[in-house]
Design a protein around this ligand. Structure first.
Ligand code: ADP
Length: 161
């Protein structure tokens, strides 16, 4: 029995931004259940541990009852199969996102044809926001209030002090 109602939004979320939250809020209205899945990639140097990234997501999504936070290692399609989910959500900010996302979606389709990737366009207000921009601004003590959810601002600054 396949779990058609579950959508998985995978990413690094290092840390979660207002752009991610906008996508999560919009997708949570489209699917009965949305799983935000933090990639545990030991090869990539992340600022926050997987546990901390999940904790920040949990706080920032506490107003959304059908959103669950999880993590995964290895291939996304293997994780999708393990929870019997068939829809992947990704966000598009600019044309520059397109090429990478297109390639990833095609590879996933080759190895797991039952899985569909859906894309939501960024809201113009958040198009310029990325986790790396948040890290840069926070590293120099800049104001990140317009970039990340209010409830995680302290967590982000604490990473640098
Ligand atoms: P990854 O390292 O997998 O790209 P990210 O946490 O950077 O993980 O992003 C996860 C997903 O969210 C990606 O599909 C990315 O394009 C999308 N995304 C990131 N920032 C925004 C934003 N401001 N608006 C819309 N989508 C976004």
């Amino acid at each position: 029995m396949r779990n058609k109602g579950v959508c998985v939004y995978p990413g690094s979320f290092d840390p979660v931004t207002l752009g991610h939250i906008d996508l999560i809020e919009r997708a949570s209205k489209l699917f009965p259940e949305l799983v935000v899945a933090v990639l545990n990639n030991p090869d990539k140097h992340n600022l926050f541990t997987v546990e901390k990234r999940m904790e920040m997501l949990q706080k920032a999504c506490s107003h959304l009852p059908n959103v669950k936070i999880d993590s995964f290692d290895g291939l996304l399609v293997h994780y999708m199969r393990s929870i019997q989910a068939e829809i992947v959500l990704r966000g598009l900010r600019a044309v520059t996102d397109f090429e990478n996302e297109f390639q990833m979606a095609q590879v996933n389709r080759q190895i797991a044809p039952e899985i569909e990737t859906l894309f939501l366009m960024t809201s113009p207000d958040y198009a310029y926001i990325s986790s790396s921009a948040v890290r840069q601004v926070a590293a120099f003590g800049g104001d990140i209030a317009t970039l990340v959810p209010q409830c995680i601002i302290q967590d982000v600054y604490q990473a640098y002090h």
